[in-house]
Write a protein of this length. Structure first.
Length: 318
């Protein structure tokens, strides 16, 4: 899919140019789930699209009882998956807020994930939802050989997901986030895991971006020359390899992978490779994500600053 041209404003909606998904989000806000079922049912053999759509829809439905009603009225695999997605979001939000209901909501989420996995044994998505909660209890399976720091983590759960879909994008990102310092990990562990996972992936895979994600996560503006890290040879080479091998595949995606493109564009701009970054921004069209820009300040301001560096237009004053 080719992104639309930039017409003077950013589109922040996570559906991006997935028209079906954007339309279904409107239906969910109105309390209707029929088209949500259809939008998910058509992804049963496309796990990347299934993960993307179910995650975005869950963010729309988490504040209502729509998925519970849907599951009671039509107990399909799609309804079970949406209940799992919503229940996990609620559990994580409660845990992060230190809500007294956190433990009860986590038990509900685990039950929901089990039900969704039983309803569609070949679908990795319920297991990915479960993986998102691994940080709540710091699961500590031993790491496989090949990692310098050998960080313990939810390796068995991750391995099960990979047995269903070896290159599942969201699973890799959820797993990597387990090792972030804000979730109890460390910078060295996150870098080690990101390098290990990215090196396993095909050269034209979006998973090659994982080290750039870890680099943004470790950004500390108080460190000397923090903004110049991306100019180092290893990071510039990483970004350029992704540009050369992965970016050409984006046109074949069913929706514009805005977040991945944003990480690549950011790394190229920070690495002083504005020519290549310009092509990445063009592939993004008007679509925008808050990360990685929000790690450096106001996301809209940071995105506009990066686009200006590439000689590209930015939104005018409101």
């Amino acid at each position: 899919m080719v992104a639309e041209l930039f017409e003077g404003h950013y589109v922040w909606h996570p559906a991006a140019d997935d028209r079906v998904l954007a339309s279904v989000c409107v239906d969910l806000r109105a309390g209707r789930y029929r088209y949500a079922h259809e939008a998910l049912a058509e992804t049963r053999s496309d796990f990347a699209l299934r993960a993307h759509r179910s995650l975005v829809l869950a963010s729309e439905a988490a504040g209502s009882d729509l998925v519970e009603r849907w599951l009671a009225e039509e107990p399909t695999p799609e309804a079970a998956l949406m209940w799992a997605r919503v229940a996990v979001q609620r559990a994580l939000r409660a845990a992060d807020a230190r809500d007294d209901r956190a433990e009860a909501l986590e038990r509900i989420a685990l039950t929901a994930c089990d039900r969704a996995a039983a309803a569609a044994p070949e679908d990795p998505t319920p297991w990915v939802a479960r993986l998102a909660m691994a940080r709540l209890h710091r699961l500590r399976d031993p790491a496989p050989q090949g990692l310098l720091t050998a960080p313990p983590g939810p390796w068995r759960l991750f391995a099960h997901i990979l047995s269903l879909d070896p290159w599942h994008r969201e699973a890799h990102h959820r797993f990597l986030s387990f090792f972030f310092t804000r979730h109890g990990g460390s910078v060295t562990a996150a870098w080690d895991v990101a390098a290990f996972l990215s090196q396993r992936a095909p050269a034209d895979s979006a998973l090659r971006l994982l080290p750039l994600v870890a680099l943004v996560e470790s950004y500390n503006p108080t460190q000397l020359l923090a903004d110049q890290v991306w100019e180092q040879a290893q990071w510039r080479a990483t970004a350029l390899a992704i540009y050369q091998n992965w970016l050409p595949t984006v046109a074949g995606y069913r929706f514009t992978p805005v977040l991945d493109l944003a990480y690549l564009a950011h790394a190229l701009v920070m690495g002083r490779r504005e020519f290549e970054a310009r092509a990445v921004f063009t592939a993004m069209g008007p679509y925008a994500s808050r990360m990685p820009w929000s790690a450096f300040g106001d996301p809209a301001e940071q995105l506009s600053r990066a686009r200006r560096a590439c000689g590209l237009p930015v939104p005018g004053p409101a």
